[in-house]
Design a protein around this ligand. Structure first.
Ligand SMILES: [Zn+2]
Length: 234
């Protein structure tokens, strides 16, 4: 894992966006203004290995890596993968920094329709969909805007959907110590719809339930009612 200050500018910018509210960090704002094409220190440090590997793939599939449309492809692919995996570099402490508040509220908090995009670690193809995250506070709540960022921190990595779902739940459980957490993710996997049996529209659903969401049927039912679907039995 490179030192945060050594990250390419395009990746640093994404990490900053996930860690900070817009306008919260002068550094992030500056990077956004400079745009992803900014050069200088931290610009995509090319040792050429990814580029060489992508070029090799192009040759292996029978393409001509020197034809016009493909000349810049190895570099673009390298850059893209660093962006799609920027989540590895997000510092969770900076992400939640100052956004956990003592509040005497003990009803369910639900944030749903959170869009996410991730990469299947088996095929390096995208899977994407939406997440719903709920928890029952134990005297502490987290700023609403942080929850989609937590999802993004874990989604921008090589993932399997089951682990992604569990990681979001575990993160909230660890950092907020609520009475319970529930996470449901629904996603389309391009490796499933583009390859083999073509079943466009196939959606995979995963869930992770902790604390009261696991132990109490009523809580789980309330959560799934928010999602307009029937609650599975634990
Ligand atoms: Zn896959």
């Amino acid at each position: 894992m490179p030192n945060p200050t050594d990250l390419p500018a395009n990746v640093r910018r994404l990490v900053d966006e996930i860690e900070n509210e817009i306008g919260e960090s002068a550094e992030a704002a500056e990077l956004i203004e400079r745009g992803p094409g900014a050069t200088g220190p931290g610009h995509a440090e090319a040792n050429g290995r990814v580029e060489a590997a992508v070029r090799e793939i192009l040759v292996e599939i029978g393409e001509d890596p020197d034809r016009q449309g493909l000349v810049g492809t190895p570099e673009r692919v390298h850059r893209m993968y660093t962006e799609l995996t920027a989540g590895y570099h997000v510092d969770p402490d900076r992400l939640i920094n100052g956004a956990i508040f003592d509040v005497a509220y003990s009803e369910m908090v639900v944030v749903k329709d959170i869009p996410f995009y991730s990469l299947c670690e088996h095929h390096l193809l995208p899977f994407f969909g939406s997440a719903a995250v709920a928890y029952i506070p134990r005297g502490r709540v987290i700023g609403l805007s942080k929850i989609p960022r937590i999802v993004e921190m874990y989604a921008r990595r090589l993932q399997v959907q089951e682990r992604l779902t569990q990681q979001v739940a575990d993160f909230l459980q660890t950092n907020l110590e609520p009475q319970g957490v529930g996470v449901v993710m629904e996603a389309t996997h391009l490796c499933a719809v583009m390859r083999g049996v073509r079943k466009p529209g196939t959606i995979m659903t995963t869930s992770a339930v902790l604390g009261l969401f696991r132990s109490r049927d009523r809580t789980r039912a309330e959560f799934f009612a928010h999602l307009d679907r029937a609650a599975p039995r634990a």
